[in-house]
Design a protein around this ligand. Structure first.
Ligand code: NDP
Length: 276
């Protein structure tokens, strides 16, 4: 029976097992294929991955904090994973490990229209910002980077041949790839003010993608939607990256709508990390 998993630490909050098991059932693979969440500490990651093919695993998603290690442990990596410097999807062929980054493809699939020619602002310079900046630059957008720590924005802009944000710049597409808004709960008041955008200035001509997601919509998504911007939230990007991974493992067309429903199921609540 082929097995799949998501590896991370913590992992109890992950929506991927629910979403991927619904997808497997929808594809008629329930009872044949399984997908589980496995908590792995950083020091145990390499050994855990290498033991997986022998346990019947054919692939794995990889999330925080293992995306760099996932690229390092692989015998081969896609151009995207190498350029981004991180992998979120592993496939096992015998003991051979292949790495892919579907965060980039998932982001592009979530966009309502192709980004070529658009003036894009990427906020953040961490792992997901790298995936987004790579996806946008390789698909013809004019990318500008902003980051709370400016040196990291400069370094990323230089590496990808893009520019750093200047006050007064205008954008068509704005992407939040910072942790601002992450894990939004009903009580949370997010620190939107630390981002370089004025929510009041957003309007119908803007497209906003917020990678962060939580139990309720983020303040950024709420503010942008209220002003008529076209909005893609973090759950849609999560669904699309998961769908791209599933296509790699099964070779089948993923059931996007069922995955979307599972990712957004009301009964989901973030579980408290038992170690905290
Ligand atoms: P990283 O830890 O790699 O990067 C974090 C980024 O957030 C850095 O640029 C950091 O800036 C910035 N940051 C942190 N705190 C603040 C703050 N208070 N104000 C402004 N900027 C801040 O994280 P990832 O790139 O892996 O993840 C970023 C977000 O994207 C998370 O919310 C994550 O959940 C989400 N994500 C969603 C996915 C999806 O499928 N929807 C996929 C992957 C990620 P600095 O350099 O100054 O520290």
């Amino acid at each position: 029976m082929p097995k799949l998993a998501v590896l991370g630490q913590p992992i109890s909050h992950s929506r991927s097992p629910a979403m991927q098991n619904v997808a497997l059932a929808e594809l008629g693979l329930a009872g044949e294929w399984t997908y589980e969440g496995i908590e792995v500490a950083p020091e145990a990651f390499d050994a855990r991955v290498r033991s997986m093919p022998g346990e019947g695993f054919v692939g794995a998603n990889v999330t925080v904090p293992h995306k760099l290690a996932a690229l390092a442990v692989a015998d081969q990596a896609s151009e995207a994973a190498r350029a981004i410097g991180a992998a979120n999807t592993l496939s096992f062929d015998g003991s051979r490990i292949a790495a892919e980054n579907t965060d980039a493809a998932g982001f592009l699939d979530a966009l309502p229209e192709p980004p070529n020619g658009k003036r894009a602002l990427v906020m953040g310079a961490g792992g997901s910002a790298r995936a987004v900046a790579w996806a946008l630059t390789t698909h013809g957008a004019r990318v500008t980077i902003w980051n709370r720590t400016p040196e990291k924005a400069r370094a990323l802009a230089q590496e990808f041949g893009t520019s750093v944000a200047d006050p007064g710049d205008e954008y068509d597409l704005i992407v939040n790839a910072t942790t601002v808004g992450m894990g939004t709960s009903t009580q949370a008041s997010s620190d939107l003010k630390s981002l370089p955008i004025d929510a009041d200035a957003l309007g119908e001509r803007h497209q906003l993608v917020d990678l962060a997601y939580g139990a309720v919509e983020t303040e950024l998504v709420r503010a942008a939607s209220a002003r008529g911007a076209r909005v893609v939230d973090g759950l849609e990007v999560l669904v699309r990256q998961g769908a791209a991974s599933l296509r790699i493992w099964t070779g089948m067309d993923p059931p996007i709508e069922a995955m979307r429903r599972a990712a957004r199921a009301n009964e989901w609540q973030p579980k408290k990390d038992p170690r905290t």
